[in-house]
Each structure stands twice: as C-alpha cells, then as structure tokens.
Design a protein around this ligand. Structure first.
Ligand code: TMP
Ligand code: ASP
Length: 254
C-alpha cells in the first residue's frame, strides 16, 4: 500500500500527489492494454524502461525549448511532473502510413506520407477515442483556437526533433501520440507537453529490417515486446548499467 494519495489511475500509469503543490508523481506500470482495453497484458519491466525513455526524450525536448511537464526522475518507476489540466485530445503525428490510418483509408502500411499528418482523437474511453477535427475541438471548448495553434506547432517540432533523434540510432519514427496540458502559474497559463513518450505511444521501425520496436508487438501478438523496448533504450544509450536484469524494478512502492 502506498502512503501517498492517488489522484488518477490510467491503463499504464498512476498519478499520485507530489511532494509540493503543483507537482505529481507519475508511476509507470508494467500493464499494457490495446484496442480500448479489450486486450490486456503485462510486459515485465516495461514501466522501468518507459520511465527512462520518457525521461530521456522529455529532457532533450526541454533542452531545445519545448516546454514539458517533466521535472526529474525519482526512481526506477517514478518521475516528478508538473500538475497540469489535461486537454482531452490525443494528438497523433504520422510520417508513414500504419495502424488506424491504413485501416481507415486503405493506405498500405509502410507508405511514406507526402507530408507529416496531424490527427486528433477525443479522449473518451466510453466512445473508443473517436477521431475529431479541430472544428470539434474548438466548437466544444476542449481547446481554444490559439491553444490549437500552439499544440500543432509543438507537435510538429517534436516530430522533427524525434525523427532525427531516432534516425541517428537506426530507427524510423512512423507515428506517435502526444498529450498536452494547461499549466497555471500565477496569473499566467501556458500549454505544455504532458503524459509520456515511449514505445507505448510511438511506432518505431528498425531502418534496415523494418522490425517493429514498439507496442505493436503486443497489439499484434508478435512476441519479444520487452526485448524490443530494451533495444530502443539500448540504442538511445540509456540502458541501466546492470543490463536487463536491472530492468524489472521494485515490485512494491515505497
Ligand atoms: P493508431 O494508428 O492506432 O491510430 O495509432 C497512432 C499512434 O498513436 C501509434 O503510435 C500508437 C499511438 N496510440 C496511443 O498512444 N494510444 C492509443 O490509444 C492509440 C489508439 C494509439
Ligand atoms: N492504450 C490503448 C488502449 O488500451 C490503445 C493502444 O495503445 O492501442 O485502449
């Protein structure tokens, strides 16, 4: 049992009250779900790897001036983040056709898109996260037009940066999903990047073999899920010193 107050439990993460006002502790679970919770499983060590990968990527994004909720990693499975008001929209950026884009429009997986495509999905499990347009988002007040301008500009910047980062380690960034939140500070409010960036919410293909190094291995029962996540961490140069045996992480929270 944790001594801290839990404020939210999602499919892959738990949020607890942080040590100071305006902060939260983000705990990464090994649980995995797909197809809106219809498929459930556990990927041993996933939480530890995603905590490290997300820390690495959010830190690099911070370094190039993309504001993020990440403050610091606390331990193997937890990081301190800024508390934000989550905008209920998943932003998907695509460079290569795959997944729901291929199914929806009949475009073969692997087709290189003529330009990066930004799509929006309304975060509502009971509706199966339906695809929406900017019109829906501003009409229903989920985000304002200026907030959407910020969100799209940041998403494309993240795409450019991550495409280069992954290309440098032999990985094609096929697509990924981002979430944003409103950070309130004094009288000010600004939009920052929230959630996580990891193989749970990116499609990553090996540049030579096209091997999938992401959650599609779980979604499509391809096996070797944890090994693929570890391979991403290894290529990014962040595999813990002790190697794979170190990746399991504590079972019990302090
Ligand atoms: P999709 O092709 O299934 O729409 O997924 C696009 C990208 O978004 C892919 O990298 C996986 C990621 N994603 C999530 O992170 N969460 C989700 O719930 C879904 C459906 C996709
Ligand atoms: N995480 C999502 C779910 O369980 C879907 C996915 O990532 O494919 O519903």
């Amino acid at each position: 049992m944790s001594r801290r107050k839990q404020v939210y439990e999602g499919k892959a993460k738990v949020l607890y009250e942080g040590p100071e006002p305006g902060t939260l502790v983000q705990y990464f679970k090994d649980d995995a779900t797909a197809f809106n919770n219809q498929k459930k499983g556990t990927i041993t060590g996933k939480g530890v790897i995603n905590n490290r990968i997300s820390e690495h990527i959010m830190t690099l994004l911070g370094d190039i001036g993309v504001p993020t909720h990440f403050v610091r990693r606390l331990n193997m499975r937890e990081q301190l983040v800024k508390e934000v008001e989550i905008i209920p929209v998943e932003v998907v950026v695509r460079n290569i056709a795959a997944g729901s884009l291929s199914t929806r429009l009949g475009i073969a997986e692997g087709t290189i898109l003529p330009r990066s495509l930004v799509e929006f999905f309304y975060k509502a499990d009971e509706l199966g996260d339906p695809m929406v347009t900017e019109e829906h988002i501003t009409c229903f007040g989920w985000a304002t037009p200026p907030e959407m301008d910020d969100i799209i500009a940041m998403s494309l910047r993240v795409n450019d940066f991550l495409s280069g980062l992954f290309l440098g380690v032999g990985i094609r960034l096929v697509d990924f999903k981002l979430e944003f939140g409103r950070l309130y500070q004094n009288e000010d409010m600004r939009i920052i990047l929230a959630d996580e960036i990891s193989p749970d919410n990116c499609r990553l293909w090996d540049i030579r073999t096209n091997d999938k190094l992401d959650k599609d291995r779980f979604r499509r029962d391809l096996g070797g899920v944890a090994d693929a996540y570890r391979e991403v961490a290894r290529r990014l140069g962040i595999l813990p010193e002790g190697g794979p045996r170190d990746m399991k992480g504590p079972e019990v929270m302090q």
